[in-house]
Write a protein that binds this ligand. Sequence first.
Ligand code: PHE
Length: 451
Amino acid sequence: MANVDFSNRDSFGSKFGVIAATAGSAVGLGNIWRFPYVAGESGGGAFVLIYLGFIFIIGVPVMLSEFTIGRRAKLNTFGAFKKLAPGKPWFLVGVMGLVAAFLILAFYSTIAGWTLEYIVKAFSNGFENQNTTVVFESFKSSTFRPIFWQITFMGLTAWIVLAGVKDGIEKYTKILMPLLFILIVVMCIRAVTLPGAAKGLEFLFKPDFSKITWNVVLEALGQAAFSLSIGMGALITYGSYIRKDNNLPVTAIQVSIADTLIAILAGVMIFPAVFALGMDPQAGPGLVFQVLPELFMKMPGGYYFSIVFFILLAVAALTSTVSLLEVVVAYFVEELRISRRKATIIGAISISLLGVLCTLSYSELKDFKIFGQTIFDAFDYVTANIFLPVGAFFIVIFLGWFLGKKVIADELSNEGALKMKFFGLFMFIIKYIAPIAIALVFLNSIGIIKF
Ligand code: PHE
């Protein structure tokens, strides 16, 4: 590692910048698009309850673990493990994270592209007097438009990543994140005042435990990990840009709360509308795109609401795609020693190529199946439900059993400057609770053990 010049590494400029960028990574399509669709497919309330449990017993500790690894090593995911565990195979966790970044960004950019189409549709009043399901189906099954938007979105992502950490990522997320939050709150207020809203709230908040299977539990774990951006090193990478005086535990807790709040608010925005309009909560990945335009048309000022909403959704997606691409770019720059510019271009182009296959899963390649799933669904399922839980498992094991208490205590307390109230609890969770919980869920749902 001698050839890495730490003094010149970019870092986040302010405390708020750290929170904004990390929250920007966490809050995205995972909250607004994926959470409602998976919750809908998984039966609502009971799923939501388990998801919330996982956020706090696994999500927060893993996030904190990633920050610790990143800030300690001051390197990309792969390099961080190499540096902290020289000569040991832990770098494979970093490799897995890089693969996950490619796969997630590939399918994520499909949906991110959809948001751009919907901005245009919103502006041009494209939902007026239309059946929104038909509008959605015909768009997603066309060949070129979705690819065009996907590539445009990847271009936007690359443009922000190119500007670097402080002037790119931090500058934009600092303005965009607070704006996003305010807009979502406004939308929620509108949604819960719809006639028939109560049924949707009941679906979301009243747990029906008969709906729980190990698969639902795994979906909840996968969704918690996906939504918090944990398990693949995005937050190791961001952690490496966090300065020494930042309070990591406080940042992890604040970001997790913000992320969870936004997911729940997204649910509050979607499900009352689903039920009020007699739509299907199990509509799958198209849920948000089918339900919301319908809702907008029934709202006074819906034209403006729809424009604002889809811009907001695209922005939320962008701050997440930036963090995914940054994982790859940081690796290319620090390990393969290529310029940031080249790294960004190569990363964005190769991911776009993979991404086009995901987008085509809705048109040309819709009958092409891997284990019975389209390429899109397979990437979505495998990353969220396998890569991220497995990654999270090894990250907590690495911290709990390998890195050493002293190093962790140093990072969490900023070398003794901060009081650590929950250190014992944190260590207990990462040594035992989190890994055992992940292993149990995982092995049960893939059928290796049966409870
Ligand atoms: N958390 C992001 C979202 O909710 C997605 C993401 C996953 C980003 C993993 C980075 C890493 O949209």
